[in-house]
Every structure is written in structure tokens, then in C-alpha cells.
Design a protein around this ligand. Structure first.
Ligand code: EPU
Length: 340
């Protein structure tokens, strides 16, 4: 483990808002957790667990709560079955490198989640998803340190209470666990074209009914490049808002008023497209001082200047939320987390 003081943490945030951490700990091994927690001296509820910070926004110029950056490595085949393979992955592994390795092993299940920035350990927290897939579909279980019970535990996918962009790690069990590894159940069967408009159109154009895993990964990377800027070049957190889930009655009214509005079924109502609403509100590619919506995707907020501050971002967010509320009577909720 490595304890550091006064660390510049702008680079540990997709949005790159400047900030300094008082206490920053790099955690490299599971065995170090009890000692790290002891050294931090009983303020567990204040600790922030950090992966690569893709979905983290620093909410003030100095962060006094201790930050533990998870670097735990690992990529190990645990069990092989005729049709499946179980692979355990350290929480600190870069997610896209994991997807690349899994695809190269000929295993299906996470290829649609290619090119998503961040760490493997972060994927269950917000049930990372794209192109019709999400991590809940391939996660078998995970290992975590239970801060309350002071011991390592195994948590099954079922126990994670996954929802759209959510899990118990963002809700009832927030701050209780430090995820140390994830166990994926991957398939040896031939892959399917991801069930999503953009991917289906891609392979229709290519005239390929049975693409390989590599071809699917390649397609996803190409599609994402068009709509999502690389955070190391243009600071951003991916989708800045969640797609709102509204009651069916409200969705029906909206569909009548706006027949072209994209909508998707969801167990809790109807999911409607935040990006479409922001574009419809005339805010696609619009600059709000040092923050702007991305010209190719209104759902992505980008920072236009290295000195963009949290207030610039919050003011841009509030303007977008207000305009969408006025036009559609829908409340947009932020996807990334603000840490102060
Ligand atoms: N749309 C617009 N204008 C825009 C953006 C989108 O009209 O500026 C329309 C699109 O044409 C489409 C619909 O809105 O009909 C949905 O857009 P898209 O397929 O691009 O997906 P999304 O809802 O904007 C979600 C995820 C992304 C994920 C993509 C693909 C959320 C909040 N976002 O975006 O996840 O990559 O689907 O599966 O669910 C992320 O979470 O950071 C992220 C990038």
C-alpha cells in the first residue's frame, strides 16, 4: 500500500475538474485492506473508493475524505465447463483490457461492453451497460471486503439487486463493501449480434449475419468513437444523465405529443431517451461557458477548458435539467457521482 498526501486528483476523474486529495491510498493487494482501514482510523463512512474515476466528479477543490484507489490485479480461469468458462478478475484491472483478453480467448458475454472506460471492480456498482448488455447478465458473483463485519465475503449476482444503472452498492449497501474481484460466467457458444439498433444496422451494412467476437468488439469500438469522446482527449464522464424511467401513462402522453421520441420497455415503466430530449430542447453541441454538450451526442457533457470548475459544471447541468423539465415535464437525474 502507498499512503500519499496532497495528491492532484484531477486525472482520477473523467471530467478532469481540478482537486487535491488530503489523503490518497493506493491499494494493491486484498490482504492490505484491514491495515489500511486501521491506519485511516475509524472513519470508514467517509472513505471514497476509487477505480479510475470515470464516473466520479470532484465536488470541491480540496477533498478531505480519504480516497482509496483500488489497483488489485488478477485474471484467472477458475473453472471450465463444456459450454462456459468462469474467469475471476481483480477489481483494479482496466475493464477494456479485460474485454479484449476475454474476446481473444473466444469467450462471449462482455463483447458489447467494449471500450467502456474504468476498472473491472466498478462495473457492478452501477451495473455498467451498453448495446443491450449489462454486467448483471455475465456476473456470477463477486468478492468484497465487508467493512461492517470486517471480513471478506462472496456476494452472488442475485444479491447485488441490479437495476438499470444501479445496484445495492449505490443504495442499501453504499459504503459497506470494498469490491476486490468479480467472477464472470462466460460462454463458449458463438456470439450473437448485440440486440441494439446501432449494432444491428452496422452488421446489416456489412452484410454479416454471424460476426465473430472480434468483429463485434470492433463494431462497438467504431460506434462508440462516433458518439463518445475519449476522456483522455476531451474530458467527459460518458452519459451525464440517466435515461429517465417514467410511468406508462406519462410515456403515452409524451409519445402522442412527440411521435419520434425513442422509448424502451423497462420493468419499472418506460425508459425514454435523455439525449433525444436534450437535443430536442436545442441544447446539442451547446456551450455553457467552459462546459458544453458534445456535438455528436447531447447526453455527454464535456469540459472545454482545463480550469473548468465544479460550479461551471453544476450551472450547465441545472440549465439543461430546467429546460428539459419545462418542455417534457421530466426530471433528469445525473449519472456520475459528485464527491465532496
Ligand atoms: N439521441 C438523440 N440525440 C442525442 C443522443 C441520442 O436523438 O444527442 C437518440 C438516439 O438517436 C437514439 C436514442 O436517443 O434513438 C438513444 O441513444 P443511444 O443509442 O446513443 O444511447 P443512449 O441512451 O444515449 C445509452 C447509455 C450509454 C450506452 C448507449 C448504448 C445511458 C445513460 N447511456 O446511451 O452508456 O453506451 O446507451 O447502449 O443509459 C454511459 O453510461 O456512460 C454510456 C455511454
Amino acid at each position: 500500500m502507498l499512503f500519499k498526501a496532497h495528491v492532484d486528483i484531477a486525472k482520477y476523474s473523467g471530467m478532469a475538474i481540478p482537486s487535491i486529495a488530503h489523503t490518497f491510498v493506493e491499494l494493491n493487494r486484498v490482504e492490505e485492506i484491514p491495515e489500511v482501514l486501521q491506519k485511516l482510523g475509524g472513519h470508514e463512512e467517509k472513505i471514497h473508493i476509487l477505480g479510475e474515476g470515470t464516473n466520479t466528479i470532484w465536488g470541491s477543490s480540496i477533498i478531505t475524505r480519504p480516497i482509496i484507489k483500488i489497483n488489485i490485479p488478477g485474471f484467472e480461469v477458475i473453472e471450465e465447463k463444456p459450454d462456459a468458462m468462469f474467469v475471476e478478475i481483480g477489481a483494479g484491472e482496466n475493464w477494456d483490457k479485460v474485454v479484449e483478453k476475454v474476446v481473444n480467448l473466444g469467450l462471449a458475454g462482455i463483447e458489447a461492453l467494449s471500450a467502456i472506460p474504468g476498472t473491472a471492480g466498478a462495473t457492478p456498482v452501477q451495473n455498467v451497460g451498453a448495446y443491450g448488455a449489462d454486467i448483471s447478465q455475465t456476473l456470477h458473483s463477486l468478492r468484497a471486503y465487508d467493512i461492517e463485519e470486517k471480513k471478506m465475503v462472496t456476494i452472488s449476482a442475485n444479491e447485488c439487486n441490479f437495476t438499470y444503472r444501479g445496484s445495492m452498492f449505490k443504495g442499501t449497501a453504499k459504503k459497506r463493501f470494498i469490491i476486490t474481484s468479480i467472477l464472470l460466467s462466460l460462454s463458449k457458444k458463438p456470439p450473437q449480434i448485440p440486440d441494439y439498433k446501432d449494432t444491428k444496422a452496422f452488421f446489416e451494412r456489412e452484410k454479416k449475419a454471424n460476426p465473430t467476437l472480434q468483429e463485434i468488439r470492433g463494431a462497438i469500438i467504431e460506434i462508440r468513437k462516433l458518439k463518445l469522446p475519449d476522456p483522455s482527449v476531451i474530458p467527459n464522464c460518458g452519459s451525464f444523465f440517466k435515461n429517465p424511467i417514467v410511468p406508462k401513462m406519462q410515456a403515452d402522453e409524451l409519445k402522442e405529443k412527440f411521435p419520434s421520441m425513442p422509448h424502451y420497455p423497462d420493468p419499472n415503466g418506460v425508459k425514454i431517451s435523455a439525449g433525444w430530449m436534450i437535443e430536442k430542447a436545442g441544447l446539442k453541441g451547446k456551450s455553457f461557458g467552459r462546459i458544453a454538450t458534445y456535438p455528436n451526442n447531447a447526453l455527454v457533457l464535456t469540459s472545454l477548458h482545463k480550469d473548468a470548475q465544479i460550479d461551471d459544471l453544476l450551472s450547465a447541468r441545472d440549465k439543461i435539467v430546467t429546460k428539459v423539465k419545462e418542455l417534457f415535464d421530466v426530471n433528469l437525474e445525473m449519472e456520475p457521482e459528485i464527491i465532496s
